[in-house]
Design a protein around this ligand. Structure first.
Ligand code: NAP
Length: 262
């Protein structure tokens, strides 16, 4: 029996990109899935593609009552083994132009929603002495990058929150894994928020040339199987991060230059 066989895994943001691919790969590992996102139709398509056992739990993580949502997720199979906080939305706008409401949206979806869902399940994990939470941060959670001020802020906040949760570690059998992808080839830039909160609607070059989504998800799934605390899936962003740590002036120079050419 494989590591994921019969495990109940709740994936948020399962209608597209990394979440969709996580659903496909974990279904092949015989996991039992709960799939959440706003777009029910897209979730149904993912469910059909994945096959296996899955339940749809459409929701808006910015607007809906997340305690009620968690209760509904727990009811689906009677328990949850793994929560994958994957849903997220990025940004393509300069700080000075970005509407305050857009800053707040980015924090709600990328930070408060995963924190609220995680906290709602911790008593359940404590009761069962087991549980895993995966959180999708970003290389933008480790360093700043132009046009992504509040997105990077939300991902840095996630990083701090989940790293602290990892070191507190008071629940036996509980683990948390932080994933920091660089640019992955998903439609994320199409859905990115502009200064006024409209969809950016462009497939950025960096995204189109990004790491294939199936390659990224294979690394995430391997990290979960091997009980990793951190998984980084990146190419040139990894080098930039090294500069950020070791040669800060070089990081500032490159990040500004690359950002200006986006
Ligand atoms: N692709 C990359 O290069 C990259 C790099 C670093 C980190 N990440 C992170 O990876 C995660 C997945 O991104 P992706 O690349 O797969 O992007 P994506 O294709 O745009 O998928 C985002 C998912 O989040 C869901 N979502 C967005 N807002 C939501 C809301 N209010 N309520 C519920 N669900 C919501 C979307 O579903 P609906 O629209 O149906 O609600 C969709 O399923 C995000 O957290 C992102 O920050 C991605």
């Amino acid at each position: 029996m494989g590591f994921f066989t019969n495990k109940v895994i709740w994936i948020t943001g399962a209608s597209s990109g990394l979440g969709e691919e996580l659903a496909l790969q974990l279904a092949k590992e015989n996991a039992r899935l709960i799939l959440t996102a706003r777009n029910r139709e897209a979730l149904t398509t993912v469910q059909q593609k994945a096959g296996g056992e899955s339940v749809l739990l459409p929701a808006d993580l910015e607007k809906d009552d997340l305690q009620q949502l968690s209760a509904a997720a727990l009811k689906a199979y009677g328990h949850i083994d793994i929560l994958i906080n994957n849903a997220g939305i990025t940004q393509r706008s300069m700080a000075e132009d970005t509407q305050p409401a857009v800053d707040r949206r980015l924090m709600e979806i990328n930070f408060f929603a995963p924190v609220t869902l995680t906290k709602s399940l911790l008593p359940h994990f404590r009761e069962r002495n087991t549980g895993m939470v995966v959180v999708m941060s970003s290389m933008a959670g480790l360093m700043g990058f132009p046009l992504r001020t509040s997105y990077a802020a939300a991902k840095h906040a996630l990083q701090g929150y989940f790293e602290t949760l990892q070191v507190e570690h008071t629940i036996p059998g509980f683990s948390a894994m932080i994933v920091s992808p660089g640019r992955i080839n998903t439609p994320i830039s199409l859905h990115a928020l502009t200064a006024s909160g409209e969809a950016h609607n462009k497939m950025d070059k960096g995204q189109a040339n990004g790491i294939p989504v199936d390659v990224c998800v294979r690394k995430i799934v391997a990290g979960m199987r091997n009980g990793k605390q951190r998984v980084i899936v990146a190419r040139s962003e990894r080098l930039l991060w090294l500069f950020h740590k070791l040669v800060p002036p070089l990081y500032y120079y490159i990040a500004r230059k690359v950002g200006a050419n986006q």
